[in-house]
Design a protein around this ligand. Structure first.
Ligand SMILES: Cc1ncc(COP(=O)(O)O)c(C=O)c1O
Length: 373
């Protein structure tokens, strides 16, 4: 494989330098946490820093499995972030020329790894005019029974924040089963949903499914690099473990210990985070309703949405992004991170302080005025 760095990583705020941005609306998680924020009273001094269980810390795997029908801790493989889980899934399933169907827009890795492998990639584009709803008929049409190896979707979705309904998910599972393909569901935002409907962990529905998630987004802990893949298929499970062992053998003892404690106490830790995210979502939605330059489809999950200039707004989008940061200290995720025009951008509403979020929204209109044609 010949790797190339993706724009979303090269231009990420941490690579740019957090100190160069005042209002950081480019992040895709809630605010990053310190250990002392978590109220865990951890005693890391006594932790033995051994090679750990290759599947991952049993306490953490138990916490991941709890509450999901038919999922046992041994169905879980802990990985260094969801990113590594996605990489292991793609490289385990795909060789050069293998057929894969992947949704776009998407978290960039979900497109980039199959591409780097040289897979025969069929992209299903989401459309604003269909409220970013995945067109399942198009997915069905693109399937080549017995040939398609991977169908890859993300729910809740990054960067649009839309979700699959339960029936849609079941239909996708059926499509994958009939095609003898694997359905990868990137569920990294699973714990952050804003509608009543809570769809099941996709891997509970069929051995043809791999669910992926992590501690990064809902818990604000991307620095402990803990994610996981879940599958009930023994062969897939064994292959994913082999992939993990070839890269890292096992995970970080410290990271897994912290994640295990956090996830075991999610009933205490998660609700205030979700309540705060929903408050922010309402704030951004109300702001969007009160102006006529930008539009979005209100996200149903996660902490990001894909905002775009209204069609009639004539603007130099490169100048907009330049002015936004250089003059107004505000950063968003430009469309090219997601293979769409820079007239769209990902707005992350979970990470900045409330004051920075409000200032960032004001800055969007100021930079749009600077860049009008
Ligand atoms: C949908 C999605 N999947 C996976 C990841 C990777 O996250 P991590 O490796 O930090 O768990 C991200 C990060 O932005 C994401 O948005």
């Amino acid at each position: 494989m010949r790797y190339r760095r993706m724009p979303i990583e090269v231009e990420s705020p941490e690579e740019l330098g957090y100190d160069t941005i005042t209002n950081n609306l480019s992040e895709s998680s809630v605010a990053d946490r310190k250990l002392s924020d978590l109220g865990l009273d951890l005693d890391l001094d006594e932790l033995v820093l051994c090679y750990g269980d290759h599947l991952g810390d049993p306490v953490l795997r138990q916490a991941v499995a709890t509450g999901h029908a038919g999922i046992e801790p041994d169905h879980v493989i802990v990985t260094p972030g969801a990113a590594a889980a996605l990489f292991c899934v793609a490289t385990s399933l795909l060789d050069r020329g293998d057929h894969a169907i992947v949704v776009r827009t998407n978290y960039a890795t979900n497109l980039e790894t199959p591409r780097t492998i040289g897979a025969d990639l069929d992209v299903v584009d989401l459309a604003y005019d269909q409220a970013w709803k995945l067109d399942l008929d198009e997915v069905a049409d693109k399937i080549r029974p017995g040939t398609t190896r991977l169908i890859s979707v993300t729910c809740p979705h990054n960067p649009t924040g839309t979700m699959l309904g339960h029936d849609d998910l079941k239909r996708l599972v059926g499509l994958a089963e009939r095609a003898e393909a694997v359905l990868l569901v990137d569920e990294t935002y699973r714990d952050l949903t804003h509608t009543g409907e809570r769809i099941p962990l996709a891997a509970t529905l069929s051995p043809n499914v791999v669910s992926v998630s992590s501690m990064s987004k809902a818990y604000g802990l991307p620095g402990i690099r803990i994610g996981w893949a879940v599958t009930t298929d023994p062969e897939m499970h064994e292959t994913l473990l082999a992939a993990k062992e070839q890269v890292v053998i096992c995970g970080s003892t410290i990271d897994e210990h912290i994640a295990g404690r956090v996830l075991s106490e999610r009933k205490r830790i998660l609700p205030p985070i979700v309540a705060d995210v929903r408050e922010r979502l309402d704030l951004v939605d109300a702001w969007l309703a009160g102006q006529d330059t930008f539009e979005w489809i209100r996200p149903s999950g996660g902490v990001v949405g894909l905002v775009r200039f209204r069609e009639e707004v004539e603007v130099d989008e490169q100048r907009f992004h330049h002015e936004l940061l250089a003059t107004h200290g505000t950063y968003v995720g430009p469309g090219h991170w997601f293979e769409v025009s820079d007239r769209s951008f990902r707005l992350g509403f979970g990470w900045p302080t409330h004051a920075e979020l409000a200032a960032g929204l004001d800055a969007l209109l100021l930079a749009a005025a600077d860049a009008r044609r």
